[in-house]
Design a protein. Structure first.
Length: 294
């Protein structure tokens, strides 16, 4: 009887111990949230990535009805549009009238962080899919959802494969009325400027003889800075620039075309990132550290 009474007492204590441990954990997390900007940054980024993976799980069964289809990108866009409200980020779009209404084209945009997804979903045109690095395909539920939505994956380490994929994309643009979104910097750039552009997107546009639509997202550095572990609310402007025609251009014209588009985008980036809509004094000065040369 004494042993049985001891076991009952221990069982009664366990729920109280777990409750106390949970309260202690919540107190610790609350303290870190209010007292440590770095902890708040990591909490916000963890939730951002986790929430996207969760939304992808919800989207997969809906997208699977069609199979791999560019029209599934509308479902992903619809499910992601609310995320900016969770973080208090206001996205303002200007120049959307520059999208050609009926023809294929290649969108090129600057690439700052994973938060680019918010601006992209705000302005993404119909039948437009990103070209992404192949590693994203293995990113759990997000990779499968992107595959179902028609995202084009390329292996940047294998130049021959990448060129072959681009040739196939050029045919798809023309035969299936698809538009593609490319980040020509090739990787995320946190330095408040633009890296030199890789030329694959421009070769693609010239090969297909379709226009290039440059899109510029203002600097996030008034509300987000990875180096400083800072992530607050703020606002971002997305500017759609006039189409750049490629009719009659040849591969020999691609270097000059890429430089011209980058120069126009960098000019707009500086303009919209220093007028209180993103960036401000955090931006690198022209010619300073982090400035990519043409």
């Amino acid at each position: 009887p004494g042993s049985s009474h001891l076991q009952v007492t221990r069982m009664e204590l366990w729920p109280g111990a777990w409750t106390a441990l949970l309260l202690l954990l919540l107190l610790l997390l609350s303290t870190l949230w209010f007292c440590s900007p770095s902890a708040k940054y990591f909490f916000k980024m963890a939730f951002y990535n986790g929430w996207i993976l969760f939304l992808a799980i919800l989207a997969i069964p809906v997208c699977a009805v069609r199979g791999r289809n560019v029209e599934n990108m509308k479902i992903l866009r619809l499910m992601l549009l609310h995320v900016k409200y969770l973080y208090g980020i206001r996205v303002e779009v200007r120049g959307a009238q520059h999208f050609p209404p009926t023809q294929p084209y290649v969108v090129v945009s600057n690439h700052q962080s994973s938060l680019d997804l918010l601006g992209m979903m705000e302005v993404l045109p119909d039948r437009c899919v990103p070209i992404a690095k192949r590693e994203l395909l293995w990113a759990g539920s997000a990779g499968l959802a992107c595959w179902l939505a028609g995202v084009i994956f390329i292996d940047r380490k294998r130049t021959g494969d990448a060129i072959s994929v681009m040739s196939e994309v050029a045919q798809t643009l023309l035969t299936q009325d698809v538009r593609v979104w490319v980040f020509p910097e090739g990787t995320r750039n946190h330095n408040g400027s633009m890296l030199p552009f890789k030329r694959g997107a421009f070769h693609l546009a010239v090969q297909a003889q379709v226009p290039i639509i440059p899109i510029v997202m203002s600097s996030y550095q008034d509300f987000y800075c990875k180096k400083e572990r800072r992530f607050t609310s703020g606002q971002c402007q997305v500017r759609v620039l006039p189409p750049v025609p490629t009719e009659g251009l040849t591969p020999d014209d691609v270097p000059a075309l890429a430089d011209r588009v980058r120069h126009s985008m960098l000019t707009v980036f500086r303009e919209i990132s220093t007028d209180g809509l993103g960036g401000g004094d955090c931006l690198k000065k022209p010619g300073g550290a982090g400035e990519a040369r043409l």
